[in-house]
Design a protein around this ligand. Structure first.
Ligand code: GLN
Length: 243
């Protein structure tokens, strides 16, 4: 079995360890004998996105979003083609925002976004940035579990029809939101850095399964020993008084 990952704007969109998500996906695949190929793609570089099983885009501050958004918009048809071909998507923070209708930054600049989904994001004032550790209860592909991460965003994301999860502690899509992120059956989008996947092995495996689906259908993944990962998650859940 083979898993092909496209890591978009690896050199620009990488906040609070987002790159660690790639390492987790690679390790969890390889431990199961799945060959994992990771290619990167940055500004002005041609790549056929539909050749990939997983599209990963990390977060970035407003400056990096400014730098990449036109290049990203130029790839809209290629991204649509990948969606149609069954590619799975993992989008973090700034990447999540750019798949909605638009992102309006603190100075009032509007970054037109890909518009695949109906949500839109407007930056808050400096006193209402969503910063800190966060815990959720998420249901992904029929399984419900807790997730933890770290958020730091001014952007307030509205009109999310299908969030990733319910906030147990922290902010989420807006300063006082009770929901966080976005999902559909191909896309998982979240404000959670940390990076996201090391402390959320269930979510990592859901993403691997989604990515394998277009070539191999529904696959069962051999269980791994997640004692340390779950211990790390538990420490955060306790710190946030969720358990
Ligand atoms: N610039 C965006 C915001 O502050 C995204 C930040 C991020 O990716 N952490 O809302």
């Amino acid at each position: 079995m083979k898993l092909k990952i496209l890591w978009m704007y690896h050199d620009l969109m990488d906040l609070y360890g987002d790159k660690g998500n790639i390492e987790v996906l690679r390790r969890r695949a390889e431990k199961r004998g799945i060959e994992c190929i990771v290619d990167t793609c940055t500004l002005n570089e041609e790549k056929k996105i539909s050749d990939y099983d997983l599209f990963f885009l990390g977060g970035g501050a407003d400056r990096e979003q400014q730098l990449i958004y036109k290049d990203l918009l130029g790839r809209r048809a290629g991204i649509q083609e990948a969606m149609d071909s069954g590619t799975a998507f993992l989008l973090i923070c700034g990447g999540y925002q750019l798949f909605g209708k638009y992102y309006k930054d603190q100075d009032g600049n509007v970054l037109e976004s890909l518009g695949f989904f109906d949500y839109y994001t407007v930056a808050s004032d400096r006193d209402h940035r969503c910063i800190g550790n966060i815990a959720l209860e998420a249901t992904i592909d029929g399984d419900t579990f807790r997730m933890v991460g770290f958020e730091n965003h001014g952007g307030q994301t509205h009109d999310v029809a299908t969030p990733l999860g319910k906030v147990l502690s922290g902010h989420g899509n807006t300063y006082q939101s009770s929901f966080e992120g976005f999902q559909n059956d191909q896309v998982i989008a979240t404000y959670m850095h940390g990076p996201l996947l090391p402390k959320n092995p269930m979510a990592a495996d859901k993403i691997i399964k989604r990515a394998l689906k277009r070539n191999y259908g529904e696959t069962e993944l051999a269980p791994l020993d997640d004692t340390l990962e779950l211990k790390a998650q538990e420490v955060m859940l306790k710190r946030l008084k969720v358990i």
